[in-house]
Every structure is written in C-alpha cells, then in structure tokens.
Design a protein around this ligand. Structure first.
Ligand code: SIN
Length: 300
C-alpha cells in the first residue's frame, strides 16, 4: 500500500473505502478510474471522489465492471432520477431504466437500438429537463470498430470565433427528437413508427444555445446535429448556416476523445458538458451495451 493510500485509510472512518486511482487520459478530455469495483458498496467519500472526477474530466471510464443491470441502475441513481427512454421496444425486460443499444437481430427482431448515437448529440436534449449524464456498460463488443467519440462543449464554446459568439449571444434553439428520425427510418430498421403516446412524450423544446453547467458554473455550447433544428428568432437560412458552423466547430479533433471499448467497461459522461457519437461497426459483428440516463436540470 502506498503512503498516500495508507494515509487515506487512516483518515477514513468509512467502512467501504476502496483503493482506486483517477488517471486523466492523454489529450485532456476524460479520465480512467482503475481499481474501483462497483459491485461492492460505495462509501460516501469514494462516491464524492467519483463525482469530482466526473465534473473535472466530463467522461470517466470504469474498467472491468462485472455488475448486474440492477447494480448499474443503483449506481446511476446515486446521481439523480433515471429517465425512461421513449422507445419502450428497447427497454431491458424487467428494467425499463435500461435502454439496450445493440445492432444484434434475433429471430428477425432487433434486440436494441442499433443506430443510437448515429449523429452527434447530448442525450435527451429534446426534453424540458435534459440529461445530466449517461452510463453505458459494455455487454458484447465487436472485434473491430464500435468506438464512441466525445466532444468537449466547454472547449467548443471557449474557442468559438468572435462572429459566432456574437451571432448566438442570448439566443435559444429548438431541440427535437424527430430531427433525424425520418432519415434514420429510411437508413435502417431500428426506428418504429411512434404511437400517439410516444409522440406526446417528445414535443419540441427550446433551450439556450450556450448553457451554464449547474455544478461547475462553466459555459458550454448546447446544440447538436442530432437534435437541434433551428435557432429561434433568425431567418431559416441564417439559422441553418450558424448551426452548421457550430456543429463543425464543436467536433474539431482537438475537442474530442475517442473511446475504444474494452470488455466490461462502464463509461459515464456528462451530457451538460459533452456531445457524443457512435462511430459504428461492421454490421455482421455483434455489439451490445446497456445505457442508463440520469435526469438533469433546466438549462440556463
Ligand atoms: C448513445 O448515443 O447513447 C450510444 C453510443 C454508442 O453506442 O457508442
């Protein structure tokens, strides 16, 4: 045991103390959490360290988590209320809090949402209370491809050219679940026709183009090609041009981290700070992950 770990042991009355490291990833976005077992009880001090790492690094990768769906749900719930995805067709049976993300077809039926993350997006930004963060747990990984890209929207905001900053100052934009839905229905077999009840759950919403992170106070761009359709109060062509410039700027390589999945990874990202994209894998290779999504605050 290292001297610093021994000191932390001695200082802690916490019976559930685990000895783990938070290692920032090269490139400045994300951190790896090594040595923490989420199948074991997580004490308040360790939880606080994880929470801090999440705020500081925006995406944290827990390696080698042999957890059940219920443990995944229980850990996620410590950060807030869980959201239930509108596509109930892809809920994990018995666990509606878990969305199955998968390209696998069994007996002619998709087992999960195969095109989740096909366009850059922040999860569930199309709701009045968008998501705080999402936790994606690898179940079955392809031998090739299937990476997930994350883009830092704080950096995107901080490096915006002046003309774009001026153009979006004080503006709000429309987010719609249906923005790419029709296109995805044409491109694949994952998107069912939505029932009237489902449509009622995904009415358009309006959010600030630049939001303030409610826990860190940092500003971040809050638009994405996946869900943002227009900037309010601007002519359609001007709104389109600004959004396209914002989308291109957000995902510049220097703002991104590419997660190459390893077996049993659990990846927890902050939807208030990042957007993400599933890069896809060859269709004959099986990929399956379980996702929980935590509800966040009203963006401001
Ligand atoms: C998602 O957008 O939640 C899915 C990301 C992925 O499958 O890599």
């Amino acid at each position: 045991m290292s001297a610093s770990t021994a000191l932390r042991h001695a200082e802690r009355a916490d019976a559930f103390f685990q000895d783990f490291d938070v290692r920032p990833l090269p490139g400045g976005l994300g951190a790896e959490i090594v040595g923490l077992d989420l199948a074991q009880p997580l004490g308040d001090d360790d939880f606080a360290r994880v929470h801090r790492a999440h705020l500081d690094h925006h995406v944290v990768v827990f390696r080698d988590q042999r957890i059940t769906p219920q443990q995944h749900i229980d850990f996620s719930r410590r950060f807030g209320k869980l959201m239930i995805h509108v596509l109930h067709q892809y809920h994990l049976p018995g666990h509606p809090e878990v969305l199955i993300v998968s390209n696998i077809i069994e007996q002619g039926k998709p087992v999960g949402l195969g095109d989740a993350g096909k366009y850059w997006h922040s999860d569930i930004s199309y709701k009045p209370l968008p998501s705080l963060g999402s936790l994606l747990h690898a179940q079955e990984l392809p031998a090739e491809g299937g990476d997930t890209l994350f883009a830092d929207m704080h950096k995107a905001y901080e490096t915006l050219p002046l003309h774009l900053r001026r153009a979006i100052d004080g503006r709000r934009a429309v987010h719609s679940y249906l923005a790419k839905y029709g296109q995805m229905q044409k491109d694949g077999n994952w998107r069912p026709t939505l029932s009237p009840e489902q449509l009622a759950q995904v009415q358009e919403v309006v959010h600030p183009v630049v939001r303030t992170h409610p826990e860190t106070g940092r500003k971040a761009l809050f638009v994405s090609e996946g869900f943002t359709t227009r900037i309010e109060g601007l002519p359609e062509d001007e709104s389109r041009q600004i959004l396209d410039e914002l989308f291109a700027h957000s995902v510049r390589p220097e703002h991104t981290y590419r997660h190459v999945w390893r077996d049993h990874d659990l990846v927890f990202w902050d939807n208030r700070s990042l957007i993400h994209l599933a890069t896809g894998c060859p269709p004959h290779l099986r990929r399956k992950l379980y996702r929980t999504t935590i509800e966040g605050d009203l963006p401001y």
